[in-house]
Design a protein around this ligand. Structure first.
Ligand code: UD1
Length: 452
């Protein structure tokens, strides 16, 4: 059982390089399954979610050569060995469900994928995926298999392009529909589609692959049937979630960090909020520098939203940042109904946070009539004290890392597998920036005492 020991109180200082985006790379691997031809990816992050996706692709017959040192990955799937994704991938991450969209046009066999996992930050249903794929002509059933749930999908008479309007611009449902539409007959229009930078990266890859695909200004994506595929070389975009995480840690600890490869275009909403609280940033040619320049101002209202809004994955570390800003700030989480569970631990560390079920400060959101705590008020500045912390999900995990970096004594953080899923070289990057952090491996079940 690995743990992280962090002795905080030091500003983060220095230079790191942004890794490739988890939320893009995993989907690009799945998208490569559409074609029999080879794809080569650069800037591939060595993280748990990519490892899981590589294993998933190997299961169904992909030949993969991943040079982790050079961050280059070659994948080719000339033929499918099977279209059955084993149950052991159940709950692994959000990727298995996307295999349906990618494989529907490639096989006349049943595609069987286990139920999906990912962070426990809400119910995270897949109804929008299923409805869209059914509208394209797929038959999809949920069945119990070996006492666990699995989706059985097929399109034995082929898929046919149509107009699909998503009730909500879900990232995963948009991706799944795009993947299926590539091999569907004729044209498919996806209305109210998600247009996150990772989806645009997927679209760029698909265009290189041979697809005829358009994004209109009104969240409409138009895809024409593709019959001829090409070999592709593609460099994965920088991980905007990783960039925002280190940026917030730098400012909260009153430090200065240059993040090479950070993309301005993908960070607009984030940079505006950083400026609003008095955090410093300077966009350079090859990245963005983030720095503390004066006492941080709270009194902020922030609503998470779909792109181009403020991303929900930035919310958790941002709340830690706001514990270090003077005044009361209001956060309204409109993407997930249950993304504030992590605040209890922050309160135990000294944060002043109150949760509300109502929509605070903005228009009512989808969760207005529900009983979910999806607004909060955070009052700063509050010193944070060290604690033994158990990580419940990926971004809450980084929020806790930030809290531990602010606390002057040693915090012991467990369940760090969540961090490995999405943050490449976390310990070495933080060490480079001057953090006092150690990864301690203990035999399963044994706890170790904090570093002095
Ligand atoms: C992706 C990202 C995640 C990010 C999220 C929103 C990956 C691997 N993960 O997750 O980091 O936080 O986008 O930017 O890329 N929903 C439904 N029915 C559906 C699908 C979604 O109700 O069929 C709801 C979800 O419960 C959630 C909201 O839509 O409340 C957003 O989900 P979605 O955009 O699909 O997120 P993911 O693709 O799972």
């Amino acid at each position: 059982m690995d743990q992280l020991h962090i002795c905080g109180g030091k500003p983060l200082q220095g230079h790191i390089r942004a890794s490739g985006a988890k939320n893009a790379m995993t989907k690009l691997l799945v998208a490569s399954l559409l074609s029999e031809k080879a794809s080569t990816f650069h800037n591939v992050p060595n993280i748990g979610d990519v490892e899981i996706t590589v294993n998933l692709c190997r299961e169904i017959g992909s030949k993969i050569d991943w040079d982790k040192e050079r961050q280059i990955l070659h994948i080719a799937t000339p033929e499918l060995k099977t279209s059955y994704v084993p149950q052991r991938y159940s709950g692994s991450n959000r990727i298995p469900i996307l295999m349906i969209g990618a494989l529907l046009g490639r096989t006349d066999q049943d595609i069987i994928v286990p139920t999906i996992g990912g962070d426990l930050i809400g119910a995270r249903p897949v109804d929008l995926h299923i409805h869209a794929l059914q509208k394209l002509g797929a038959r999809i059933e949920y069945r119990e298999m070996k006492k666990e749930g699995a989706y059985f999908a097929g399109a034995h008479t082929g898929l046919k392009g149509t107009v699909i309007e998503l009730l909500y611009p879900s990232v995963g449902a948009t991706e799944n529909t795009i993947l299926a539409a590539i091999r569907a007959k004729g044209a498919t229009l996806i209305k109210n589609a998600a247009v996150e930078p990772e989806i645009i990266d997927l679209i760029l890859f698909l265009q290189k692959l041979g697809a005829h695909i358009m994004v209109d200004t009104d969240r409409t994506i138009c895809i024409q049937e593709t019959k001829v595929f090409q070999e592709v070389e593609h460099t994965v975009i920088a991980d905007r979630n990783e960039v925002a995480s280190y940026a917030m840690a730098a400012i909260a600890t009153q430090g200065r960090v240059f993040i090479e490869g950070a993309q301005h275009l993908h960070m607009i909403a984030f940079l505006n909020k950083i400026r609003e609280i008095g955090g410093g940033f300077s966009v350079k040619n090859h990245g963005i520098e983030f720095f503390y320049q004066s006492p941080l101002r709270g009194a902020l209202h922030l609503e998470t939203d779909v792109h181009p809004g403020f991303m929900t994955d930035w919310q958790q570390p941002f709340v830690v940042l706001l514990t270090q800003a003077h005044g009361c700030s209001v956060i309204h989480e409109t993407v997930y109904e249950n993304r504030f569970g992590y605040t209890q631990t922050l309160k135990e560390m000294g944060a002043d946070i109150e949760l509300f079920t109502s929509c605070l400060g903005g228009k009512p959101c989808r969760f207005a009539a529900s009983n979910h705590f999806h607004s909060l008020v955070v009052k700063g500045c509050t010193p944070l004290s060290a604690k033994e912390i158990h990580i419940p999900d990926l971004r809450a995990g980084f929020a806790y890392i930030m809290a531990a970096l602010l606390a002057k004594e040693t915090s012991v953080i467990s369940n760090i597998g969540f961090l490995d899923r999405g943050y490449e070289d976390l310990v070495s990057k933080l060490t480079t920036l001057g953090a006092e952090i150690q990864k301690i491996s203990t035999p399963s079940g044994l706890e170790c005492s904090p570093i002095p």
